[in-house]
Design a protein around this ligand. Sequence first.
Ligand code: CS2
Ligand code: MG
Length: 409
Amino acid sequence: MLITSAEVLVSSPGRNFVTLRLTTDDGVVGLGDATLNGRELAVVAYLAEHVVPLLIGKDAHRIEDMWQFLYRGAYWRRGPVTMASIAAVDTALWDIKARAAGMPLYQLLGGRSRTGALAYGHASGADLPELFDSVRDHLEQGFRAIRIQSGIPGLGTVYGVASSAADGAGRYDHEPARRSAAPVEEVWDTRAYLRHVPGVFEAVRGEFGAELPLLHDAHHRLTPIQAAKLGKSLEPFDLFWLEDVTPAENTAALRRVREHTTTPLAIGEVFNTIWDYRELFEEQLIDYVRSPVTHAGGITALRRILDYAGVYQIKSGVHGPTDISPVGLAASLHLGVAIPNFGIQEYMTHSAATDEVFRSQVRFEGGLLVPGEGPGLGVVYDDDVAAGHPYTAAYLPINRLSDGSMHDW
Ligand code: CS2
Ligand code: MG
């Protein structure tokens, strides 16, 4: 079964997506997600100029060999652009193999280990009343685990707070990438944040009780000792996890955090290879792996990472914001229902416009995400609808402190 066509598809139904579609000589089609929020065209160029020409005529069944060819053959290893490109090829080849076999992709990964993937949603609010409404909205949608993000008194827009409440379709969505010629600037104040967050979780626990799994994303902004302070201050509120407490390049920072707090830690949405995790796993510095199929080199690579994590009782906590396309979400779900060490799956529901371009069999039922039972990933890309949503430049915001110095967003 040889690859005869490789298309790099860019569309923007509400937000930008990059999708790779491979077709074989017997007409089997596979899809892969290559979306890298704010740097989409870099991946488009990498795929179109340096990968697609090498795919034509290759055997679509040789998934592992293709992965090694694209990883080792690039010479310049790792990095978000390279690994998103490899991920798209890898995912499309798994989709093709499962379609050719006439079975849902998870069957090729060892079959179901669970009925579905426990999902967590994104509740947010500029203040407690708005936050409580958002939590209630997500509970009504069926979520059984909820991420809590709040405005900070004295600050303007901060990460994770939906720019508007439900968009009329009852969907609280914090779409961070803004359509503009340059990133918007937000102002950050860590001390104000650290003073405010424990009170938010105390109020949420008081309103919604002790049982509901609550998550929080610090989004890379704290020093190690600030992260330790936050983790310790949140211990009374029994979080499911505290995410990205500190920039992930410095894995030694997490040794300091671990010394001070038992709040579970999740990291890795900006990681892109197994090498980023080695110290974190071997020193048990984290509890959940955040990498999604789309940014970690595909199903082949993420399965390897999660098998390695399982040796240390570390579980999956796969990244699933709206900038992971329905193709990427489906791929993470087929893996998530099959692996033994599944933890939780992020689910920030895509917009109706996105769902019209990507027709997916994924269902959200009783708080669980369930992949389709059709062959392959269970996603079809609608070119005609996609054509009505041309690419529009969009960037993630940047953060500055009040004195103007750059900070992590
Ligand atoms: C966030 C993401 O979902 C999360 O945990 O960290 O929304 C992140 O801000 C975006 O994926 C960046 O594109
Ligand atoms: Mg995050």
